[in-house]
Design a protein around this ligand. Structure first.
Ligand code: PMP
Length: 441
C-alpha cells in the first residue's frame, strides 16, 4: 500500500536520482552524495524547533494524489473560477501594465493601497460590518498570511489558542509553527458551544495557561460546513472579552451563503474585541493572493508593522487588478453567480449521499461554503480508506487532517465547489462501497 507522502517523496527521489546520474557520468557521484548526506545531517541540527513543528499536511498529500487522471477528486476546496469574466480580466491586466506599469510593478505601502482598503470596507459592509475604517484595514497576501501575522503578534511559545475542532488545516499549520498550545472547544451542529467555551477557559486558566486568541470560522467552517448560530455569537464574544481573549474571526465564506440573510459577523457589534479576517480567494480569485485584516484601532500599528516585516507590502499588481474589478465589474452579481452555482452543487452532493451512502453514515447539510463533513460509525479511521478510495477512483480528505490532535478520526471532508453535479454523483457512487465495506469489516 502507498504511504501517505509517497507522492512527494517519489518526486524528490526522482529528482535526486537524475541529479546523481548526471554527476556520476562526470565521475563525481559518490563524493557528492556523501557531501549532500553530511550537509543534510549538519543542517538538521540548525533547524529551529518551530520548523520541526511544521508538518506536511495530509491535505497536501491528498492534493498530489488527486491530480492522477481518472480520479474524481472531492478533496480540493478550490473555487470554480470558470465562471469569472476571464476575457475582461485579461484586458484589464494588460491595461494595468500599459497604463500603470511602473506603479504596478513597484513596491507599495505596507498596509495596501488606499483605494483597495476603501473598497474592502464596501465588501465588509456586504458581509455585515458597517463601520469599518480603511485606516484599520491591513491588506495581506491572502488571509493565510493574516493568520500568520496574528499568531506572530500575539503568541509566544506555549500560549493557548482556542479553536473549533475540526478547523482549517492551514490555521493549524500556522499556529503549530508558532509553538502554540492549541486547545479545541466543543461544538455541535450550531457551532461552538458557549458553555463549553466558558468551561474550557476556566480549566485552562486554573492550570495556569495564558490564553491569547479564540480562532473561529463562524460561517461554513472548513471542513465541517457548520454555521455558528446567530444567537450564540454575542455570548461567545462576551465570554472572550471577560477572559481577556481576543477573537480572531476568519470569514472567507461568509458571502457564500446559498440564500437568506447573512448572520452578523462577530466583529459587527464588537469592534474592539475582534480581529476580523477576510479574503478575495473565494469570492474572486485565490491566485491573486489578496486578503485582509480589519484590526481593532488600538492594535493596528503593531499588526501592520508585523505584516510589513513579513511581506514588505501586499502584491501591488494584484491590488490594482482587484481594485479595477471592484470598481468596474458587477462583483455582487458575480458573488450571486457563485452562490447559485455552489448551492446547486451542494444540493447535488447531498442528493447523491442520500442515494448511495450506507445508513450508518451521516453528514452535515451546509447552508453555504464549499464543504460537507461525513461521520462514519465510531472506531472507523478514515485515513486508510483514502487509499481504498483511490483504488475505487475517488479522493477525499480524511478527518484527522483537521484536528489539532491529529488523532485517528471517523470523519472525512468532501468538497463540492470545483466539481460539476454529475461528477459529484459519480464520486459518491464510487465512495459509498468503500465506506460500506469498512463498516461491514
Ligand atoms: N481560512 C479558511 C477557513 C480557508 O478555508 C482558507 C483557504 N482554504 C483560508 C483561510 C486561506 O485563504 P487565502 O487564500 O485568503 O489565504
Amino acid at each position: 500500500m502507498n504511504t501517505p507522502s509517497s507522492g512527494a517523496n517519489a518526486a524528490a527521489e526522482t529528482l535526486s536520482e537524475e541529479a546523481l546520474d548526471a554527476l556520476s557520468r562526470a565521475g563525481t557521484a559518490a563524493a557528492t552524495a556523501d557531501t549532500a548526506g553530511a550537509a543534510a545531517h549538519r543542517h538538521e541540527a540548525l533547524l529551529s524547533s518551530r520548523a520541526a513543528n511544521i508538518k506536511q499536511s495530509a491535505v497536501r498529500d491528498v492534493f498530489e494524489i488527486s491530480m492522477q487522471p481518472g480520479l474524481v477528486s472531492l478533496a480540493g476546496g478550490n473555487p470554480y473560477l470558470q465562471s469569472l469574466p476571464l476575457d475582461r480580466l485579461a484586458k484589464t491586466a494588460a491595461a494595468i501594465i500599459a497604463e500603470h506599469g511602473l506603479e504596478a510593478l513597484q513596491y507599495g505601502g505596507g498596509q495596501g493601497t488606499q483605494e483597495l482598503r476603501e473598497q474592502i470596507c464596501a465588501v465588509m459592509a456586504a458581509e455585515g460590518i458597517l463601520d469599518a475604517d480603511p485606516e484599520n484595514v491591513v491588506i495581506t497576501a491572502g488571509s493565510q498570511s493574516a493568520q500568520d501575522v496574528a499568531a506572530k503578534v500575539f503568541c509566544d511559545p506555549g500560549d493557548v489558542i482556542l479553536l473549533e475542532d475540526p478547523t482549517y488545516v492551514g490555521a493549524l499549520n500556522t499556529f503549530e509553527a508558532y509553538e502554540v498550545d492549541i486547545q479545541p472547544v466543543a461544538g455541535d451542529e450550531y457551532g461552538l458551544i458557549p458553555s463549553a467555551l466558558q468551561k474550557t477557559i476556566a480549566e485552562l486558566q486554573a492550570a495556569g495557561k495564558r490564553i491569547k486568541l479564540l480562532y473561529t470560522i463562524p460561517n461554513f467552517n472548513n471542513p465541517s460546513g457548520v454555521m455558528l448560530a446567530p444567537e450564540r455569537r454575542q455570548e461567545i464574544v462576551d465570554i472572550c472579552r471577560e477572559a481577556n481573549i481576543l477573537v480572531l474571526e476568519d470569514n472567507p465564506y461568509g458571502l457564500l451563503k446559498f440564500d437568506g440573510v447573512l448572520p452578523e459577523p462577530l466583529r459587527a457589534a464588537n469592534p474592539e474585541d475582534v480581529l476580523y479576517l477576510g479574503s478575495f480567494s473565494k469570492i474572486f480569485a485565490p491566485g491573486l493572493r489578496i486578503g485582509w485584516a480589519l484590526v481593532p484601532a488600538h492594535l493596528k500599528q503593531r499588526y501592520y508593522l508585523a505584516s510589513e516585516a513579513v511581506t514588505l507590502c501586499p502584491p501591488t499588481f494584484s491590488q490594482l487588478l482587484v481594485s479595477d474589478y471592484l470598481r468596474n465589474y458587477d462583483w455582487r452579481g458575480q458573488i450571486s453567480t457563485y452562490r447559485t452555482l455552489y448551492a446547486e452543487r451542494c444540493a447535488a452532493l447531498l442528493a447523491a449521499l442520500e442515494e448511495f451512502m450506507p445508513a450508518e453514515v451521516s453528514w452535515t447539510r451546509p447552508e453555504g461554503g464549499f464543504f460537507v463533513w461525513l461521520t462514519l460509525p465510531e472506531g472507523i479511521d478514515s485515513y486508510p480508506l483514502l487509499y481504498t478510495g483511490i483504488d475505487a477512483g475517488v479522493v477525499f480528505v480524511p478527518g484527522a487532517a483537521f484536528s489539532a490532535s491529529h488523532a485517528p478520526s471517523n470523519k472525512l471532508r468532501l468538497a463540492f465547489s470545483a466539481v460539476p453535479a454529475e461528477t459529484l454523483r459519480e464520486g459518491v457512487r464510487r465512495l459509498a462501497p468503500v465506506l460500506a465495506e469498512a463498516i461491514a469489516a
